[in-house]
Write a protein that binds this ligand. Sequence first.
Ligand SMILES: Cc1ncc(COP(=O)(O)O)c(C=O)c1O
Length: 404
Amino acid sequence: MIRALSRRTITAYPGEVRDLLDAWLRMDVQPREAIQRFKTEFAGLLGVKYAIPTPNGRSALHAIVNSLGLEPGSEVIIPAYEDKSVPDTVIAAGFRPVFADIDPETQNIDPKEVKRLINRHTSAVIIAHIFGNPAPVQEIRAILEPRGIKMIEDCAHAVGTSIQGRPAGSMGDAAFFSFHLTKPFMTFGGGMAVVRDADIASSVEQMVSHGKPDTWGLARRMASAGLLKAVTSKAVFPFVGYPLALIQEHLGQGLTRAYDNTLRPFTRTGGGPFNAIQAVIGLGMLQYLPRMLEQRRRLAALLDKLLAPGVPRLQHREGSSIYFYLVFARETAKIRRYLLRRGLDTGIHVMRNLPLMFNDPSPAPNTAWAWEHTIQVPLHEYLDEGDIRWMAGLLNAAAVRFKY
Ligand SMILES: Cc1ncc(COP(=O)(O)O)c(C=O)c1O
C-alpha cells in the first residue's frame, strides 16, 4: 500500500452529512431555535453567560474591541506570531497594534514582553492560545488587572483548550473563536464572541447581526469542504494531492506558496450572519468534541513518546486541544523535502511574523525564529497509531541526517 499523509484535513463528525441535508431541507423552520440552542450550549461548555455567534472570528474581534469601551486610537498589544487578520482588525477598528514577542518553548505571547510594552496608551492585550496550547493567562491577568487593561482571548485554535481546568475563553474580559473550514471545530465558516457583561453582549450582538444572509457562500464552502476532505483523506491523498506536491517540489516552486494558493479561493472565511444550518452543525460538533480531543491528545502523546530526543518540538502544556503538532528545525527546507519524498507532507509558516509583515522595527527574535523554523506535521483524529509510528520513524531518521 502506498502511504502518504497530507499536512491538514477537514474535520467532520459522524452523521454530519445527514444533519446537513436535514438542516437544508428545514432551513426556514425554527432557525432561531437552533441558533439559540447553539449559543446556550457553547456558553455552557465555557461556563460563561454570553456567547454570540458571528460571521467569522475577525468580525467577533472587531465587535469586541468596539464594545469594550477602549480609548479610541489607543494601543492594543498582540502576539507577534499570530494570524494577520488580528492586527488588520485592530487597525480597522481604529486602534494601534503593538507586537509582543513569544516564548520560544510554547510559541505563546511572553508575559515579560507584555510587561515591557505596556504604557499609558495601552488599552487592551490580545492573547492567543496558539495551536491550542494554553497561553499564560494567569500571569498576564496579574499584570493587566491592577492597571485596568482589558484582556481578550484569541481562541481561534482553542475550542476545548483548558488552563488549570478552566476553559480557554472563560478568563478574559472577552474572547473570540473561529469556526473556519480549516479549524477542528468548524461550521463552514463562522465564529463566536464571548463577553462577560450584558451591555457589551447586546452591543456585540447588534454589530454582528447586520448583513445579508450568505447562503451561496455557505453552499460554496460546504462543497469546498467536501472536496478538500476527499483530497486530503488517507485513501485519496497518495494519488492526487501527493503527486501534485511532488511535482511542485521538483519544479522548484515554493511548496507552501503553491499549496496555499490552491487552497485560498476554496477556504475564504465566512461573510454573512451565522445561520441556522451552521448552528445545527455546531451542535453536532459540540457532541463530537470530547472524542475528537481525546483522539488528538492520545496521538500527540504517542508521538511525543516515539520521537527521539534529537527532534525538538513544541511543548504542549496540559490542557492543549492540539490543533497542530509542531517540530522545530534549523534546516527546514531540506528536512521537508526529505519527508515529502517519503510520503509525509508538512507545513511551514503556520502563523505570521507580524513585525516583518508590518515593517515594524521592534525586535521579536523568537517570532522570527519560530516563523522560519517551525514545521507542522499531520496530527488529527483520522490518523491511527500506525500512522504515528510511521511518521515518528521518518522524523527520527531525518534527525540523523539533518540538523533539527
Ligand atoms: C489565530 C487566529 N486568530 C484569528 C483568526 C481569524 O478567524 P477568521 O478567519 O474566522 O476570521 C484566525 C483564522 O484563521 C486564526 O488562526
